[in-house]
Write a protein that binds this ligand. Sequence first.
Ligand code: MN3
Length: 218
Amino acid sequence: MEITENINNSYPFTLEPLPYGYDALEPYIDKETMHFHHDKHHQTYVDNLNRLLKPYPVYHEKSLEDLIKYYYVLPPNIREGVKNNAGGVYNHNLFWKVMSPAISTQASQQPSGNLNNAVIKQFLTFGNFKSDFTNAALLRFGSGYAWLVTDKKGHLGIVSTANQDTFLHMDVCSLLLLDVWEHAYYLKYQNRRSDYISNWWNIVNWNYISDLYDKFIQ
Ligand code: MN3
């Protein structure tokens, strides 16, 4: 399923703007971190991807998703670079969307509808789910992400990936992801990844994620 709503989804790729202001996720993620994370790190993935593809017009029509899924057909000298940088573009496009400014109403603090039912069925409580996801994020060695994914039948899975790997080669939909690269939290939290994670739950956009789930399951 194509869940990246990039208006320019082939070469030259452009940086998707944040769907909210740089300070919108305060106090959980600070404005300075968002500027660095989006304007520098995310932008660098976009720039590197364009630089690698520039000499190869034959790949200029390929979508971001296809470049990631079929990276192995690319020339060997750009193969790894395209996989990593296209993954970086794709994952950050997803990451901004799963967050939203903190809202104090109880309803927005957890999933709703079908997704809520699936969480309860598989994890018994929302608290268990949060704790499993938190562990996946904490135990990710080095850089990477924690994910909540679903298959077409609506079965949920919590997993973690290294670097900028994606789930595009599998028949699952990524619902929720948490960036645990140090660049995502170091300015505010330094080495305290666990504080970053526990604060991050306040800004998860459950309305968006519950909607994604409904669209993907059959
Ligand atoms: Mn990042």
